[in-house]
Design a protein around this ligand. Structure first.
Ligand code: NAD
Length: 315
């Protein structure tokens, strides 16, 4: 990676990834783009361009002007929102991806896009979900993510495009709020713990899902992109995870730091149905073997850091 174009850069992942990439590769080497603008520091700390990823000509023009050699494609509609707006999700998630892949092919770029635990479905083995297994999701987001994985592998096999991807679990972070995913509760619970001392979960007790702290997700993207290509047996996409938790487990970890925290439930059937179709815990062995994936934060370490960062930001 030398000159990197990031789409959807103002989102939960991009807003932190761009900062880290600029630290490593130099501010001028990371071109942040998004559909919207904001006062976020990444719009000032290096190149920033307004870009709708469904506009292939605009994406090509920016990629060519900055002579990028890497595309990190993050712009997407997330699981819960995609279920509300399936047609928009298809057009954005597939149209944007196809544009980003085509531009990478034309300009010979290395390519990264995230998949998700949402790419699995009700027929997938739920515990220790293997790297290679049944993927028959029943959500629009899941359909987009499986199709995206296949499309990225197709570009690798057909054109030799260096495509790489990660199946992210729910990502937990304190910088930028999540953008409409099923696992957003696992971020909201920390904000609520600090501000109100209690949280009402829309996800039911005993619904275990994989999660990972944002610093581990950012390292995983960079480590995978920097990995020796010849070591990669898989490409799109690698299972990665740091923990499998339900709301009670997070609440118990919060109580270790903030005794008296109260958790109750008002389950949202729509988001619960999505959660029920996802694995309980996925197996990240292939990522560990092929490019040395490891997560530094477990639930306890993540909870300590989340609460201290959010408390500091409150002051
Ligand atoms: P987000 O919703 O926080 O951010 C998405 C960004 O894309 C937003 O800034 C939005 O303005 C932008 N965007 C929307 N439409 C656009 C368009 N037409 N053109 C350009 N930009 C547009 O999402 P995120 O959490 O940062 O996720 C990024 C990627 O990671 C997505 O592919 C998502 O599916 C994947 N992922 C995220 C998680 C997670 O927990 N955050 C988990 C698994 C996979």
């Amino acid at each position: 990676m030398n000159k990197i174009l990031v789409t959807g850069a103002l989102g939960q992942i991009g807003s932190e990834l761009v900062v880290k990439l600029r630290e490593i590769y130099g501010a001028d080497h990371v071109i942040a783009t998004d559909l919207r603008s904001s006062a976020h520091e990444i719009t000032r700390s290096g190149p920033f361009e307004l870009l709708d990823v469904t506009n292939d000509k605009a994406m090509f023009e920016i990629a060519k002007r900055y002579e990028v050699d890497t595309v990190i494609h993050l712009a997407a509609l997330l699981s819960a929102t995609a279920e509300e707006k399936p047609l928009l999700a298809w057009n954005l998630n597939m149209g944007g991806l196809m544009n980003a892949l085509e531009i990478s092919r034309e300009l010979g770029c290395q390519f990264f896009t995230p998949s998700s635990i949402g790419s699995f479905g009700p027929l997938t083995p739920k515990d220790n979900t293997p790297q290679d297994t049944i993927q028959r999701p029943n959500t629009m987001y899941g359909v987009n993510k499986v199709s995206g994985e296949l499309l990225c592998d197709y570009y690798f096999h057909k054109y030799g495009l260096d495509t790489r991807g990660l199946r992210f679990p729910g990502l937990i972070s304190y910088m930028t709020p999540p953008g409409g995913g099923t696992t957003d509760y696992a971020v909201e619970i920390y904000y609520a713990a600090v501000t109100a001392g209690r949280y009402t979960s829309y996800i039911a007790k005993d619904s275990n899902m994989d999660m990972m702290y944002m610093p581990d997700a950012l390292n995983a993207i960079i480590d995978l992109m920097e990995a020796d290509s010849s070591r990669l047996m898989h490409r799109n996409s690698f299972n990665v995870t740091a923990m499998s938790v339900d709301p009670e487990a997070i609440a118990a970890a919060i109580r270790d730091e903030l005794p008296g925290f109260i958790l109750d439930y008002d389950v949202d059937p729509k988001r619960q149905a999505i959660a029920d179709s996802w694995p309980h815990s996925i197996d990240a062995t292939a990522a560990k073997i092929e490019w040395g994936f490891h997560a530094r934060y477990d639930l306890k370490a993540m909870t300590k850091d989340m609460l201290s960062q959010l408390s500091e930001r409150q002051m």
